[in-house]
Every structure is written in structure tokens, then in C-alpha cells.
Write a protein that binds this ligand. Structure first.
Ligand code: BYC
Length: 314
């Protein structure tokens, strides 16, 4: 088939809801868009380990420490899983990582904010994993097989992450006045960046139209954001915490919670590298990469050693 016929066949398959696999023909632009989105997602999981990792040694009990340790490890696993998925599109993980280390790659805005108190661990689980699940359950139905399968597995773990976060917040909200104040302060700081996490408003989202046409995105950024707000408002009410938005109101006609204006200038500043912790996060990642060089060398030597007998046999 020539390229035009290939493209026609590809679009028919997308329209029929078929799943595209790595060896199938795909337009170059589809491949590039997936590499962009999936590598950013993988980087977000890896950088996302840092703000919570800061609190492992300061968790308030052994139980909380074990849960947080497991959560941070899960995030690392998600990153590796999605890097593997991205590699099925013909790119090398080392190159993707190098782009991250060089500051050329994007990762989620949300991880450029500081984690100031234990309540931030609760809020990240509740808001950040909560927003991620809303997005990722739709990505689990995306047209690219390796990405959709990765999302199914990852969402199962994210559900546990969200529950542990909400449980931290419910406990603090029902605690002493100081614990309650700490919980409220964390909610005040994380609410707006969490809304931004679902991407710019639809009118400023250059990639949505193309990704939706190809069945990668099943919901637009604003639709996902609305779902997140509708889900989270009753949860905040249930534990007696206030979301920091004086314009938040329920619209009886639409059945949705309406939120006030989002500070998109802040969002674009953060994703261009000028958020409160961008430099710190990349610095920590670079240091971990350098210090982990011996592990990569040892793993490569081990792999070489164990591939020798099979080569000899062949
Ligand atoms: N942060 O055209 P748009 C987790 C960029 S981690 C930074 O709407 P798209 C967790 C966007 O890349 C889970 N940049 O883009 C881990 C584009 O720039 P480029 C994170 C953002 O792709 C540890 C430009 O803005 N989840 O759960 O159609 C601990 C225009 O945007 C952001 C994912 O990564 C952002 N928030 O839609 C705890 C999900 N938003 O590339 C928890 C996968 C937008 O053209 N990704 N930009 O230079 C997606 O679903 C989509 O990429 C987005 C954006 C909805 C995020």
C-alpha cells in the first residue's frame, strides 16, 4: 500500500475503534504525538517521586512511612512502564532521559511546587492522584495498545494512592485545631495547581483536536477538569475542608460545579521552567542520575554476562 492508502486504512481502523499496535502502520505525526505525550507522562512519574520522597524519613508513623514508601516506588514503576511503552515507538529511553536532564523535556506542572508539611502528602494523593486517575482512566481507552494497557495497570495503583491521601486528610481534618489548619493550608496551596494539571483550557490546547481525532484523547482538558471538580467538591465537604475558590458554585441547570478563573499565567510560567521548584527538581534528578551511574554499569555488565551462554549456543 502507498502512503495515502495506508493513511486511509489507518483512519478507518481508528474510526472502527481498533487498537493500534507497535508493528502496525501509523502516520509519522501520530507516532510523534504519542512519543511527546507518553515521554512527558513518564518523566512526570519519575520527577513526581521527588516531592513525596522528601517526606519518607519524616512520616508520622511506621504505617504511614510504609505506605508512602510503597507509593513512591509505585510511581517509579509507572515511569519505567511508560518509558517501555514509549520505546515501542522507536525511540531510546536514554535519549528521552537525556532530554529531561538537559531541561528540554516537559513534565507535569504540579511537581514544581514545594511539599511543606505532612498534609501535603495527603493532598497530593487526594488531588494529584485523583486528577491523574480521571485523566488516565480515559487514556486506558486510547487507540495505542501499549499506552492503553499501561494505563489500566497504573490506574489500579493510583486508586490506592488516592485513597491513602484522602484518608490522611480525613484524619487531619478530624484532628486537633493545628492538624486541621495544616490540612486546610495544604488544600489552599494545591487546589489551583491541581486544576492546571489537566492542561490549558481547550481554546489554548493546540494538541487536543489532533489527539482526539486519532482516539488518543477521549476527553478534552476542560471536560476532565470538570469531572475532577465535580468529584472533589463533595469529598471536601464530607471532611469539612474548604476549597479556596470564592466563585465555586453548583449550577442546578447543568448539574456541575462551576469554578472561578484559573491563573494561566502561573501555569505557563511553571511549564516554561520558572515555577517555585523547577531548578531544585531537575538538580535532584541530575544528582540521582550521576550517583546511579554505577548501578546502570553493574546492570549492563550483568546483562552482558548472562547473554553470553545463549550467544555461544547460537
Ligand atoms: N504540565 O495541547 P495541550 C502522576 C503542555 S503523574 C506541564 O493541552 P496535550 C503522579 C503540553 O505538553 C501523571 N505541561 O497538551 C506521579 C503542551 O506542550 P508541548 C501525569 C503541560 O498533550 C507521581 C502544551 O502544554 N499525567 O499521576 O493535548 C506522584 C499545550 O497543552 C501540562 C500525565 O502526564 C501540565 N499539566 O494535553 C503522584 C497524563 N498540560 O508538549 C502522581 C498524560 C499541558 O506541545 N498526558 N502541558 O510543548 C496528558 O493527558 C496530556 O498530555 C495533558 C495535556 C492533558 C497533560
Amino acid at each position: 500500500m502507498d502512503n495515502t492508502a495506508n493513511e486511509k486504512h489507518f483512519e478507518e481502523r481508528i474510526r472502527a475503534g481498533e487498537v493500534i499496535e507497535p508493528k502496525d502502520w501509523m502516520p509519522e505525526r501520530y507516532r510523534k504525538q504519542l512519543v511527546r505525550m507518553m515521554s512527558q507522562h513518564a518523566h512526570s512519574e519519575i520527577i513526581g517521586m521527588l516531592p513525596e520522597g522528601n517526606w519518607i524519613t519524616r512520616a508520622p508513623s511506621l504505617r504511614r512511612k510504609m505506605i508512602l514508601l510503597a507509593k513512591v516506588q509505585d510511581e517509579g514503576g509507572h515511569g519505567l512502564y511508560i518509558y517501555s511503552g514509549t520505546e515501542t515507538l522507536g525511540v531510546k529511553r536514554e535519549d528521552l532521559l537525556q532530554d529531561l536532564l538537559d531541561g528540554k523535556a516537559k513534565y507535569s506542572n504540579i511537581f514544581n511546587y514545594p511539599t511543606l508539611s505532612w498534609a501535603d502528602m495527603g493532598t497530593i494523593g487526594w488531588f494529584v492522584d485523583g486528577a491523574a486517575i480521571i485523566n488516565q482512566t480515559t487514556l486506558a481507552k486510547c487507540s495505542y495498545g501499549p499506552y492503553s494497557r499501561a494505563m489500566i495497570r497504573i490506574c489500579k495503583e493510583e486508586n490506592f494512592h488516592k485513597k491513602q491521601g484522602f484518608e490522611i486528610m480525613a484524619t487531619l481534618a478530624a484532628g486537633t485545631p493545628e492538624q486541621r489548619a495544616m490540612a486546610q493550608d495544604a488544600v489552599n496551596r494545591w487546589w489551583w495547581p491541581s486544576l492546571m494539571m489537566l492542561g490549558p483550557s481547550d481554546k489554548d490546547s493546540p494538541n487536543t483536536a489532533e489527539l482526539s481525532l486519532w482516539g488518543v484523547k477521549r476527553k478534552s482538558n476542560d471536560e476532565l477538569r470538570q469531572r475532577f471538580v465535580d468529584m472533589t467538591v463533595p469529598q471536601a465537604q464530607a471532611i469539612g475542608l474548604t476549597l479556596p475558590d470564592p466563585d465555586l458554585k453548583f449550577n442546578e441547570q447543568t448539574g456541575h460545579w462551576e469554578h472561578g478563573p484559573i491563573n494561566w499565567d502561573e501555569f505557563f510560567a511553571v511549564i516554561k521552567g520558572n515555577g517555585p521548584c523547577n531548578r531544585e527538581r531537575l538538580g535532584a534528578k541530575r544528582k540521582a542520575h550521576e550517583q546511579g551511574a554505577w548501578v546502570r554499569e553493574a546492570a549492563a555488565a550483568y546483562a552482558r554476562k548472562h547473554s553470553e551462554p545463549s550467544k555461544a549456543a547460537a
